[in-house]
Design a protein around this ligand. Structure first.
Ligand code: ATP
Ligand code: MG
Length: 430
């Protein structure tokens, strides 16, 4: 008997209807040359049999997470977590897997998918969530994709990780991500100008990462021709040391900013996990005073992990109703992640007198303080097209002054979130 509203296994079976696979095109799910196996975990034997039946090469099965951990300690697995694993206690336990078993990844199978479950699952490191009805081809493709993303060995930036080869102590710089749930709101303009303004003020390295892995345009906005990208850093995480990481970054000559641009191949984004991104951020903050990350306007595993790893999150919003509505939705998702409010800062972009909305009203309704008002000005699109941030190309403009003041707030821990820096943040590396 199943405890998930199914009276018997027949119900479960019909709920998770399987599309008949086309014989010639059935994906493999397991690369025969790869040692990775599929492991099914569920307390209900009918569920275990059902899920195992979806894997042509078969799968190992266990009832409990503790049994699964014995296998994970010994090998590389894609774990299919059945519905009995979707309770909060199980998911909390699974959270430790990413660090404890880096050569295994998991997929959660659920008869019913809620936003809350999806976010919780992604937050604890589950790679994908599959809900009824299950499409077998799609499931097998997902498994194959996950197997490809499993690193060959434990990263050297692992707990208590490799000592920096240059002998310098870790700097543990401040991580600031720039996010918005609305595309085109000005995230990249903000990230590039803030990063350049900080680099101009700081004697220590300042790093800008393009976290918009699919269609990032940080490099274009800074007119940089980079040899390496986030893709190179992520794919070498297992051997990367500080000197190598520095070599992968491109220096912006005018400001000294170190930039890790987005990959030129958009499909790379699918292969990056949130955990890998968090590892990269951790490595970068060890060698810099500030790490600024420009994010895309979506919630995915990479974005959630980046936000969690950040000391400050700048939410960029325009002053119109759709923008404010989107910020509200974003904030409610972030509250699911237990991100402390002190880390969230609102940046109102194109906030000038011609706009009819009352700023203090907006702040009250969102419950987040505004860290900057950036006016609308034609110098911005001109600077974007020139590949030179406003703080350099139009330093006397009111937009440049707004970004300079923003940078100033992060210097010497003046920003509101400063007091909470490093507190309560999920630790990946001890
Ligand atoms: N304050 C401003 N005044 C005038 N134009 C602006 C301003 N801020 C942004 N823009 C314009 O909006 C465009 C989009 O900005 P930007 O690329 O920073 O948005 P984004 O949030 O990063 O977008 P995406 O979600 O696609 O990554 C810019 O090319 C710029 O021309
Ligand atoms: Mg952008």
């Amino acid at each position: 008997m199943s405890e998930y509203d199914f009276n018997n296994f027949d119900d479960f079976d019909s709920g998770l209807a399987v599309a008949e696979p086309e014989e010639a095109e059935t994906p493999t799910a397991v690369d025969e040359d790869d040692g990775t196996q599929v492991l099914v975990v569920d307390t209900d034997s009918a569920v275990r049999d059902y899920l195992t039946g979806l894997i042509p090469q078969g799968a190992e099965t266990v009832e409990y997470l503790t049994d699964a951990e014995v296998r994970l300690a010994a090998g590389s697995y894609v774990v299919l977590l059945g519905p009995s694993c979707s309770n909060p206690e199980s998911l909390d336990r699974i959270e430790s897997w990413t660090q404890a078993y880096p050569r295994s990844q998991s997929i959660l199978v659920t008869p019913e998918l809620t936003t809350q479950l999806l976010h919780k699952a992604l937050r604890v490191g589950v790679k994908d969530v599959v809900s009824a009805p299950i499409d077998q081809d799609q499931l097998l493709e997902t498994i194959d994709r996950i197997i490809e993303s499993i690193p060959p060995e434990v990263p050297s930036f692992a707990p208590g990780g490799a000592a920096p080869v240059d002998g310098e102590p870790d700097m543990m710089g401040r991580v600031i991500s720039v996010f918005s749930t609305k595309g085109g709101s000005g995230k990249s303009v903000t990230a590039t100008n803030l990063a350049v303004a900080l680099a101009n003020r700081s004697d220590q390295p300042v790093v800008l990462v393009d976290g918009h892995l699919q269609f990032g345009d940080v490099a274009v906005m800074l007119k940089l021709f980079a040899d390496s990208s986030v893709a190179d850093a992520i794919s070498q995480l297992d051997v990367l040391d500080r000197v190598m990481l520095r070599d992968l970054m491109t220096e912006h000559a005018e400001s000294g900013l170190l930039v890790l641009p987005a990959p030129t191949e958009p499909t790379f984004a699918d292969q990056v996990s949130g955990e890998q991104m968090a590892q990269l951020i951790d490595a970068l903050r060890r060698m810099s005073a500030y790490v600024i990350i420009d994010l895309p306007a979506i919630f995915n595993d990479v974005v959630l992990n980046t936000i969690e790893a950040s000391d400050d999150i700048i939410l960029v919003a325009g002053l119109d109703i759709p923008n404010i509505k989107n910020v509200k939705i974003g904030l409610s998702t972030l509250s699911l992640l237990d991100i402390p409010k002190e880390r969230l800062h609102l940046l109102l972009n194109r906030a000038d007198s011609k706009v009819k909305l009352d700023v203090s009203e907006v702040e009250r309704s969102l419950g987040v303080d505004t860290i900057a008002h950036v006016p609308s000005d034609v110098v911005v699109p001109i600077s974007v097209n020139r590949g030179s941030p406003v703080v350099l190309s139009a330093p006397r403009s009111s937009v440049a002054r707004a970004f300079e003041q923003l940078a100033e707030r992060f210097i010497d821990n003046k920003a509101p979130g400063a007091a909470t820096q490093s507190q309560g943040r999920r630790k990946f590396f001890g």
